[in-house]
Ligand binder design. Structure first.
Ligand SMILES: C[S@@+](CC[C@H](N)C(=O)[O-])C[C@H]1O[C@@H](n2cnc3c(N)ncnc32)[C@H](O)[C@@H]1O
Length: 304
């Protein structure tokens, strides 16, 4: 069973429904037909055509993609949930501001993460305009500053999803912006991001997230003689979490001129396993656990 959310004038739903025999639930954020048609005049005709496909196809109004179960039957679990070109509504001042779009994405993924909403191997499909995803696969469309993208990998990872694939968006679709307030948008270079819950045996993720940190702590001579234990415990931590954690010793220890204490310094590179979700917050949490392992060895002490 498929679910489409936030479908604007329902043109995508109509094309999808015509090309597929599975049951489909098409939803829009707008509360009723009148308010939908007021924003998207082309919706009236699409709605009529979709209604002709009932009972295989249902249209439901007033569905918030961040609270999916609220308006849908509790006993429906979906194989695929699609949100094309999500964007917060213009009446809320937050429209366009990138952090609000990221929040919308994260909260949408959170709503999909319930086993009452998405099957274990179910797919969440999000379409984004050229450069919005923030992934390397976007090539020359990738925005130079990470801060300008919607960070799909990070927002999916925060609630345990990974991005498996990101093909160019090719659906027969009439993209609609918010009629009356802005032009419709260009699809060139846009992609749809196929995501699923981390773990399991499905396709590996396309670009496993990576993070780099610097770790520094006080270590006396006794600690240095047990350094092997520290390296082993970090390797075990990486294995347990399915994250590749590499430590590179920085050149030359720092010696505090006042106390004579030695500070050991490592560069830490973390790379998520092929089916592991890794958000920045999780990576920072792991860094703390690596520090705990360092100071658990006698002669080690936190620095600052
Ligand atoms: C840029 S339009 C894209 C519309 C349509 N998906 C398309 O591809 O043409 C963004 C859509 O997201 C919807 N939207 C915004 N916030 C939403 C939410 N919390 N839940 C569901 N839809 C939402 C809006 O109603 C609007 O139709």
């Amino acid at each position: 069973m498929n679910l489409i959310v936030g479908d604007g004038d329902l043109s995508f739903s109509l094309n999808f429904a015509r090309g597929m025999q599975m049951r489909l639930i098409c939803t829009v954020f707008e509360d009723d037909e009148a308010s939908l048609v007021a924003v998207y005049p082309t919706a009236a005709e699409n709605l009529q055509s979709l209604r002709e496909l009932h009972p295989r196809v249902d249209v439901i109004f007033g569905v918030d993609a961040t609270k999916i179960p609220l308006r849908l039957n509790a006993d429906i679990v979906f194989d695929r949930i699609i949100f094309n070109f999500p964007q917060t509504v213009p009446s809320e001042r937050k429209h366009r501001k990138v952090q609000y779009q990221r929040e919308l994405l994260e909260n949408f993924f959170r709503a999909c993460s319930s086993p009452a909403v998405l099957t274990e191997m179910g797919i969440v499909q999000v379409a984004l305009l050229a450069g919005q995803g923030g992934m390397d696969i976007e090539g020359s469309y990738k925005r130079p500053r990470d801060a300008d993208s919607w960070k799909i990998v990070e927002n999916a990872a925060r609630v345990g999803f990974i991005v498996m694939d990101a093909p160019l968006f090719s659906a027969c679709h009439n993209p609609v912006g918010f009629r009356g307030t802005e032009e419709s948008f260009k699809l060139e270079g846009s992609r749809y991001y196929e995501c699923r819950q981390a773990g399991g045996v499905g396709m590996p993720q396309l670009e496993p997230p990576r993070f780099a940190f610097v770790l520094s702590f006080w270590a006396d001579d006794g600690w240095l003689s047990s350094e092997g234990k520290f390296l082993e415990s970090v390797a075990a931590l990486g294995e347990e979490e399915k994250i590749d954690i590499r430590l590179t010793l920085a050149e030359g220890d720092y010696i505090d001129p006042a106390t004579g204490k030695r500070a050991r310094k490592y560069k830490i590179d973390m790379c998520a396993g092929s089916r592991t979700a890794l958000s920045r917050a999780k990576a920072v949490g792991l860094l703390e656990r690596v520090k705990d392992h360092a100071v658990a060895i006698e002669g080690g002490e936190r620095r600052g």
